[in-house]
Design a protein around this ligand. Structure first.
Ligand code: ATP
Length: 402
């Protein structure tokens, strides 16, 4: 089913107070923002609301404060950077209780087009439990709620879900809209052939993703650490490679499911092996490539091999939609990054719609310089995985349908 949510384009916010849940969870080192991608990504929605004459009240979490307010998790640096990027003042309402005297005063003094940023929503212990009274306090500041934090949409928190118990006019921002369009439509109404590529460390992390994507795609490619449990399920010797013995039956089930559904399930035909896991992870390492039915008992598979690179790239060539989550090998090590690079390269060269599902694969694509070649790189690791599992994300479900 295609999602059809109210967006900021459907709102009339002139003179209204609009609470926007952003994802300002930026990396900080000694109080300095080391990467402001998440702030730049939030600008289109914020600018639109400013231009339309809304009173723009922004909120976000930052990091994982355990016991309430902590200076190192303050959103103060974000207010400064945001103000620079917008070229206008952003009033930072620095209240430990988030909705305190400063926030109330700042909001009361707002003119149309003004911007206020609230303090870290996780300074309130109710936030992650989606409890009152924080939801109603947040809601008391505004008349309209805009959800634009895809990376937090898989969590039902006060600022992503609870607040909509009290604010009825809701919409998604441009960032959310883009995620829904790409991830949602790729999985629900893909232009075929639809090829899904899964990698990463463990089968156990992606049980539901494997099962759901198998139903939706035409070809499912499995690489990375999770491939060895599948190979073992085929009766192959996988040596010291990462294996989850408790998931062997599950892998067999998935292979049967693929056959019954008439879907192609591609596994590595060769693998890059070494005597053990690199330590430290980027240490120089001696490797060789062997077919996957010739892995010695005392060696460990750490990347896909050269024939597999070609096999996977070929499958991508004829695709019209590709979704990729999880690296093909231990990409943190240059010697073991070749499989991941080759898949990124294959995606960069195709005309298909290419969608990278957050987390490590997004980091790999950006780090390897292929970011501008992809149709969409999801901003949410966990959220995009849950989307690919076919789950309904709470932060999307609470927003009004058109
Ligand atoms: P995230 O969960 O952050 O979205 P992801 O889904 O892209 O990330 P993970 O499941 O976290 O990926 O797995 C990534 C890790 O898997 C990387 O650190 C990589 O080194 C490791 N990995 C990949 N292939 C292997 C392998 N053959 N053996 C051991 N580890 C591997």
């Amino acid at each position: 089913m295609k999602l059809n949510k109210v967006t900021v384009d459907d709102l009339n916010v002139k003179g209204k107070k609009v609470l926007v849940r952003c994802d300002f969870n930026v990396p900080l080192k000694d109080g300095v923002i080391t990467n402001d991608n998440r702030i730049t990504a939030a600008l289109p929605t914020i600018k639109k609301l400013i231009d339309d004459g809304g009173k723009v009240i922004l909120c976000s979490h930052l990091g994982k404060p355990k016991n309430g307010p902590e200076d190192k998790f303050s959103l103060a640096p974000v207010a400064v950077r945001l103000s620079e990027l917008l070229g206008k003042e952003v009033v930072f309402a620095n209240d430990d209780e988030v909705v305190g005297e400063n926030a109330k005063k700042a909001v009361a003094q707002m003119n149309d087009g003004d911007v206020v940023l609230l303090q870290n929503t996780r300074f309130r212990k109710e936030e992650t439990k989606n409890l009152e009274p924080f939801s109603s306090e947040l809601a008391s500041l505004a008349e309209v709620f805009v959800m634009d934090a895809f990376g937090s949409a898989h969590r039902a928190h006060c600022s992503t879900a609870g607040v909509t118990d009290h604010i009825k006019e809701t919409a998604v921002g441009y960032l959310m809209q883009k995620e829904i369009n790409y991830l949602g439509n790729a999985v629900e109404t893909p232009v075929r052939p639809f090829v899904a590529i899964l990698g990463g460390a463990k089968v156990a992390d992606k049980l539901n993703v494997i099962s759901n994507l198998l139903e939706k795609c035409d070809t499912l490619i499995i690489g990375g650490g999770m491939a060895y449990t599948f190979l073992k399920a085929q009766g192959k010797e996988v040596g010291l490679s990462l294996v989850d013995d408790s998931k062997i039956d599950y892998c067999k089930e998935m292979m049967d499911k693929a056959e019954k559904l008439g879907k192609k399930l591609l596994l590595p035909v060769d693998t890059t092996i070494a005597a053990g896991f690199p330590d430290p992870i980027d240490a120089p390492i001696d490797v060789k490539v062997v077919d996957t039915d010739k892995i010695p008992a005392d060696m460990e598979g750490l990347d896909i091999g050269t024939k597999t690179q070609e096999l996977f790239a070929d499958a991508v060539k004829s695709a019209k939609t590709v979704v990729w989550n999880g690296p093909m090998g231990v990409f943190e090590n240059p010697t073991l990054a070749k499989g991941t690079i080759s898949v990124a390269q294959a995606l960069a060269e195709t005309d298909a719609t290419t969608i990278i599902g957050g987390g490590d694969s997004a980091a790999a694509v950006i780090q390897l310089g292929f970011a501008d070649k992809m149709s969409h790189i999801s901003t949410g690791g966990g959220a995009s995985l849950e989307y690919l599992e076919g789950k309904t994300l709470p932060g999307i479900a609470v927003i009004a349908d058109k």
